[in-house]
Design a protein around this ligand. Structure first.
Ligand SMILES: [Zn+2]
Ligand SMILES: [Zn+2]
Length: 263
């Protein structure tokens, strides 16, 4: 699972135990001075910009909390953050949509007046009794299966509903529950075959979560292009390891079609 690069050694991470995987590129995150840095964010061939301070607004962020942030997307409630105006406040550190470190303030659910973490959000609809597939990559809510999609429970919320949804059929291919679960827990499915491109060519790809959205990753690395159609894949992503290139795929596909015709 861990991507090994030479970068780690060159900046002296050797011997250090990595905290967790980098949320941006999947590299390893290490301590470096007063920051936590992605191994790919240092050195001459930087491909990632993930780093986070060990002290954020006077609040120390220990290894345990940083690990929690990296693995779950959120720390415990931190009580000693001091605002730039000198006012203390409580907040969680969270990973933002762009996988940078941000704050999330303590929420007060209308129904739960007690202090504490509203761990069990109010289930408003028929998801009750259903088994959740996993955690929503956007909001941390639960994902449930519906007739046509895998959907975040908070899609039903009155206020600020969550938009995360994974269709059960993508480019003509069924997405089995097992793969949806894998996507939600591991961030990536197995290699799935038989997607049908817009030009009618079957292709294989992984589904992958990036910035809380679902995109493709092809088994072969290609240069990123701006032609993202099915999913809102940002053109640049840490490391450029994600390439969603229907156009380049299509040209490959055409070639193989020609070959098929001539043989
Ligand atoms: Zn990284
Ligand atoms: Zn959600």
């Amino acid at each position: 699972m861990v991507r090994l690069t030479g970068a780690a050694q060159s900046v002296g991470f050797s011997g250090q135990e990595p905290l967790e995987k980098c949320p941006k590129c999947g590299g390893r995150v290490f301590e470096s001075g007063m920051t936590y840095v992605c191994e790919n964010s240092v050195g001459p061939n930087r491909t990632c910009d993930f780093r986070a301070g060990k002290i954020i607004l006077q609040q120390p962020v220990d290894r345990e909390q940083m690990k929690k942030l990296l693995s779950t997307g959120k720390t415990d409630l931190l009580a000693r953050i001091i605002s730039r105006k000198g006012r203390p406040f409580k907040a969680f550190l969270v990973l933002t949509d762009k996988k940078d470190v941000g704050f999330e303030f303590e929420k007060r659910e209308p129904k739960t007046k007690k202090e504490g973490k509203p761990k069990e959000p109010v289930a408003k609809i028929d998801f009750t009794g259903k088994e959740s597939l996993g955690k929503c990559p956007k909001c941390g809510g639960k994902i449930f299966e519906t007739e046509t999609s895998y959907m975040c429970e908070r899609s039903q919320a009155d206020r600020k509903p969550c938009k995360f949804k994974l269709s059960k059929t993508i480019l003509g291919r069924d997405i089995p529950k097992k793969q949806a679960q894998k996507l939600l827990t591991m961030g990536k499915t197995d290699l799935l075959d038989n997607f049908i491109s817009k030009r009618g060519c079957p292709f294989s790809a992984y589904l992958k979560l990036e910035d809380g959205k679902v995109g493709f990753e092809f088994p072969e690395k290609t240069a990123p292009t701006t032609e993202s159609k099915q999913a809102n894949v940002p053109g640049t992503f840490c490391g450029g390891s994600i390439s969603y290139t229907l156009s380049s795929f299509a040209s490959r596909c055409r070639v193989s079609n020609q070959r098929r015709r001539t043989t």
